[in-house]
Design a protein around this ligand. Structure first.
Ligand SMILES: Cc1cc2nc3c(=O)[nH]c(=O)nc-3n(C[C@H](O)[C@H](O)[C@H](O)COP(=O)(O)OP(=O)(O)OC[C@H]3O[C@@H](n4cnc5c(N)ncnc54)[C@H](O)[C@@H]3O)c2cc1C
Length: 475
């Protein structure tokens, strides 16, 4: 078996993996990205192609490098169609927004990581994680989950993979898991002895499908991200214009709900939109994405997870590219810091968790409260209420994670939302709980020893949220 010895092994050449690898390589360390896809397929990912906050991406791969993939920078708002109310709501989106050619963007990321000094191993499928055991040996010899091994598994020391049917091994100081949603690494590794979040269930994810569609004439809404609820509460459709004549159209639903026929659902909506008459579908892809709170902790000895593999997605919008870019960068920096300190243990990597929670993790966890609320509310009531609320305030609530609550009770809103006052009151209550949760995430522990106490308090706050909304426990 071929064995590669590197400082850091990164799994996945997506956004998180490429930003992590570029960061490690720029610091002068040897880093290899292990990617299951072929060189030509890498970067071809199911996505809505909307990039939020493109102006402030981390320097590890600067905006100037990925900018050639930005095909539409004229988008500046969300257009929310509410068929039940025969209403269209234009919601401003703060910050720089772009729709991108996602495949091209993916290729540019890989190119930047290579230019920084990272090596990419394509066609290489990671199948197992190697860990130390109490007895001084290692697990992960390709025999399945490490959790089945005798004795508890400890520090992660490498990977086992297959390339062209041949086994290949990676020995390293740190593994960065950038393998995306429902990462196989976390099935294989035994992380039960660490703080690493293992409270992960498919029901906390969304299943989504998208097509890239070419139309004859330019659409009228080429400056908007068009969104629309499906017939069921937890589903959503989108139409994102890559260009005025090339549209990314897709839909998804929360997997806690009854399964939805995604391909059929999209087809049905497309048939009813005159702008898609004679349209040609040029690409189709589907995938899962985490519409849940970020992992409470995404570190274990010798191991860091970043991007979708750690739930770094805005759970209300499904936007995960920016979170993956930042988390990948922070993961790379944490790995470098730990290697330089000669200690890759959990405490040495802990600052990574703090940076993620401080930057966007706490906000995403607070936004997840609205998902819990939506899952437990009646669709008609919610849509009626949505149509009545001031658009700029909705935007504030969606993108800050903490909006002022006074507006909810303003007379104009109250009058227009007549008939939905109960839902409005519930939303107001939910908002207060989300703010409390956000405050708690601002006190995210500085050391792993304080983690269990912090988690217990957070779970207490969540219990109140479940009781107020009447929702099932999500975690
Ligand atoms: C349908 C859909 C629409 C979306 N729309 C948007 C949007 O409009 N805007 C937005 O910001 N976000 C969107 N997202 C989310 C966004 O795509 C992800 O959050 C983002 O791509 C996460 O990047 P990542 O690097 O963590 O994972 P990924 O981009 O998924 O990369 C993971 C990589 O790991 C590789 N890999 C996986 N397993 C292995 C293995 N065992 N061995 C080797 N390699 C492996 C994969 O091949 C892949 O290249 C959408 C997601 C979906 C599914």
């Amino acid at each position: 078996m071929t064995t590669h010895e590197v400082d850091v092994a990164v799994v996945g050449a997506g956004t998180a993996g490429c930003y992590a690898a570029a960061t490690v390589a720029r610091a002068g360390y040897e880093v290899c990205v292990v990617e299951r896809k072929s060189e030509s397929e890498t970067g071809h990912i199911a996505c809505g192609d909307a990039l939020k906050g493109a102006d402030a991406f981390p320097d590890a791969i600067p905006k100037s490098h990925i900018e050639p993939a930005f095909t539409n920078t004229a988008v500046d708002h969300g257009r929310f169609e509410i068929p039940q109310e025969d209403a269209v709501l234009d919601i401003p989106v703060p910050g720089e927004l772009a729709v991108v050619d996602r495949w091209e963007y993916g290729k540019l990321l890989v190119e930047a990581a290579e230019r920084a000094g990272a090596t990419i191993h394509y066609d290489t499928v990671v199948q197992d994680v190697v860990q130390e055991t109490d007895s001084g040996g290692t697990t992960g010899t390709g025999t399945g989950s490490n959790a089945d091994a005798n004795g508890s598994a400890g520090r992660v020391t490498g990977l086992r993979a297959v390339r062209d049917g041949e086994p290949v091994a990676y020995d390293c100081a740190v593994v960065i898991d950038g393998a995306g949603a429902l990462s196989v690494l976390q099935d294989e590794a035994d992380l039960s002895g660490a703080t690493f979040d293992t409270n992960v269930d498919y029901s906390q994810f969304s299943s989504a499908y998208r097509e890239v569609i070419e139309v004859d004439s330019p659409v009228e809404w080429d400056d908007a991200l068009v969104l629309k609820p499906t017939e069921r509460a937890a589903g959503y459709l989108w139409y994102f214009p890559r260009t005025p004549t090339e549209i990314n159209a897709g839909l998804g639903f929360q997997m806690s709900e009854q399964p939805m026929q995604l391909v059929e659902g999209l087809k049905r909506d497309l048939r009813n939109r005159p702008e898609f008459r004679n349209a040609e579908v040029t690409d189709k892809l589907g995938a899962a994405l985490p519409t849940r709170r970020p992992y409470d902790s995404a570190v274990a000895p010798g191991f860091v997870a970043a991007g979708d593999s750690a739930g770094h997605v805005n759970p209300t919008t499904g936007g995960g590219i920016a979170g993956a870019a930042y988390a990948g960068t922070y993961a790379g920096e944490a790995a470098v810091g730990a290697i330089e300190a000669g200690d890759v243990g959990e405490a040495a990597l802990w600052e990574y968790n703090e940076r993620v929670m401080d930057h966007f993790g706490g906000r995403y966890a607070a936004l997840d409260v609205y998902n819990v609320f939506v899952g437990a509310s009646g669709l008609d009531d919610l849509m009626g209420l949505l149509a009545a609320l001031p658009a700029e305030k909705l935007s504030e609530a969606l993108y800050s994670g903490s909006a002022s609550v006074g507006w909810l009770l303003k007379l104009r809103t109250a009058v227009r939302s007549f008939g939905h006052w109960r839902t409005l009151f519930d939303l107001y209550e939910t908002k207060r709980h989300a703010d409390r949760l956000l405050d708690h995430y601002e006190d995210y522990p500085e050391h792993p020893e304080e983690f269990t106490g912090w988690q217990a308090q957070r779970d207490g706050l969540m219990d109140v949220i479940y009781a107020t909304t009447g929702a099932e426990h999500k975690y």
